[in-house]
Design a protein around this ligand. Sequence first.
Ligand code: C2R
Length: 197
Amino acid sequence: MLVFMNEMSGMIFFVYICIIVIKKINVLKMKALVSVIMGSTSDLPVMEAAFKFLDSQEIPFEVLALSAHRTPDEVAEYARNAHSRGVKVIIAAAGMAAHLPGVIAAMTPVPVIGVPIKSSFEGLDSTLAILQMPPGIPVATVAVNGAQNAAILAMQMLAVNDPQMLAKVVEFKTSLKQKIVKANDDLAQISYKFKTN
Ligand code: C2R
């Protein structure tokens, strides 16, 4: 009996490992719909909010470090080929003199969302560098360190042509409402002599 149970648990463990490996292989075979680029791995802690959101929505994404200043040739090659690799939206994050999103936008038909990273001057330098694009080359700019909003906007862009993605957007927006409903329930518990609700 004990031997049989040991064999069974071994078998279950083997099947479990197989499922994990197959899932991972399937993800590796997927084409990224969203490409997340950052000027440096020092931007990574901020950008993790975007990865978490895309992962939670099961949107295939890739992550790369590229710099218009330090790797201009690689940026050009990346930007010129992104659309033919199936990338639908690019999120580009950079701090300081943040030329990366604009340079990428100049070389791709794919919409670019810029995330200004707060690394100096409270992020004002990178915000202006990303936001103040000349006519003809727009970069959709989110708030300083607004990585999650960049990912949400990317999902909304994907939803334009995809009813399943649109359903995810609607579900996400509904979840935001629930948060405020709960907040008001919590606030109702706070009591003060002159508080009327
Ligand atoms: P390091 O921490 O590597 O010195 O980078 C990066 O995004 C980062 O926030 C400091 C900051 O420089 C930014 N960076 C850019 C570009 N490349 C790197 N703004 C670019 O090409 O625009």
